[in-house]
Design a protein around this ligand. Sequence first.
Ligand code: UDX
Ligand code: UDX
Ligand code: ADP
Length: 469
Amino acid sequence: SPVKVKKIVCIGAGYVGGPTCAVIAQRCPDITVTIVDINEARINAWNDKDFHLPIYEPGLEDVVKSCRGRNLFFSTDVDKAIQEADLIFVSVNTPTKKSGVGAGFAADLNYVELATRRIAAVANSNKIVVEKSTVPCRTAESMRVILEANAKPNCRFDILSNPEFLAEGTAIPDLHNPDRVLIGSLQTPEGLEACQSLADIYAHWVPRERILTVGLWSSELSKLAANAMLAQRISSINALSAICEATGSNIDEVAHAVGHDTRIGPKFLKASVGFGGSCFQKDILNLVYLSESLHLPEVAAYWRQVVEMNEYQKSRFSKRVVDTLFNTITGKHIAVLGFAFKADTGDTRESAAISLIRDFQKERANVNLYDPQVEESQIWQDLSEASPELPLETIKKQVRICSSSMQACKGAEAVVIATEWKEFKEIDWEVVYQSMNKPAFVFDGRLLVDAAKLTKIGFKVVTIGRGEL
Ligand code: UDX
Ligand code: UDX
Ligand code: ADP
């Protein structure tokens, strides 16, 4: 019969492992959850007495407050937590490889492998090992081989795939009320029992019919497929936004009309300056790499185009800024509002704002940047990585980090909206207009402002997916 899980360890206290396992602890008071990480600073932040947690996520603080010290613990003692647990989530980072075979496409599985080897080395009882990080198909199989080759006698490992579908910024509501929970297992009696044990955990708060159980490899592929199809919707709407700009039609109207078809649906059809985040690009490139390794070049080319369209959207937008500002932005001041890859997160991975600012720097513009959440050190790190040929001092001469949108816009010739932060909707544009150089431009990369109202104030407004008014 299935093991009743009493103790869980999560290896990796990042954007996925942290919120996911905190919610499990909150909803399962009978289970002890320990989240471990090799990064001591990160663990210290999770344990911070004033709850200055290492990631910004609305509602997360309340979850951690409700159970930290009760049945939720954060620790750097990875080995002890592994030994005590019945079930282990592996939730470490899987970035795109930077060198070697598959560089730029394949996932770097080094962290997964190291964590797996650690489990094999220290475990002295049976474990259910759950792959939570997004990984290429068949990683579970590699994990199984590593575990079995290194296991102590009488230690059984059952491997499950349980991909996470939460989106940043809405992680807590997504976890509390998921569209579905997906669990993949081997279809053996032992595999199915392990699957049952994990399903029983989620059943504390997720209706059974939303807990989907499938084969291991279907589960792994479904995660890549879901992200690829979501990203594809955005690239599709963004491709249409280019047509709208060239023809004078309006992408919002098109998206509205198209989304009314119940077969298509209204969500996730917002044209933008380009998608970002740690998952979309990485997972599609993973799928491209997988397709190529399976000798399916047409399939690879199909998915690769989704990423290429996104790159095109970002560069098309910065080119539009330069073209509109009389073909030169050298020495001009541009206020960039938003640096995170979407609203309600401090995460900047693959953020479109990074590419925009890099392009503006190449044109030797001065950038006044404001984001309500992103840490200053993160901004400098991202901008340095985007322009490796520039010393940081040079970047700091061109980019000034501001403490409000008002301050960023003051004296600028143009405002560029890169992230859809709610507070940007409440900007007093009359006041901003007075403080800017004229003619004053607003480039809306997020369909956020009321263009007609701003035009009335005197702004020249350029919006994604809209031709000249
Ligand atoms: C995504 C998936 O949504 C989630 O299910 C998966 O687990 C991880 O990857 P995330 O990257 O956190 O989540 O955020 P998401 O809301 O999907 O946004 C990704 C990017 O697409 C953002 O840059 C966002 O601004 C952009 N986007 C989203 C659009 O440009 N238009 C839209 O209509 C929706
Ligand atoms: C389509 C549109 O659905 C309709 O809104 C538009 O007005 C005209 O074009 P139609 O071509 O009549 O309608 O049929 P549809 O049901 O859309 O199917 C088109 C093709 O897609 C068929 O060959 C169908 O077999 C195929 N299809 C559809 C699939 O292969 N898989 C699916 O999931 C759905
Ligand atoms: P994600 O967005 O997938 O959650 P993050 O980078 O935010 O990724 O988090 C992954 C975490 O995993 C990092 O904090 C990293 O320090 C941690 N980590 C990586 N390898 C190990 C390991 N072998 N043992 C413990 N923690 C690890």
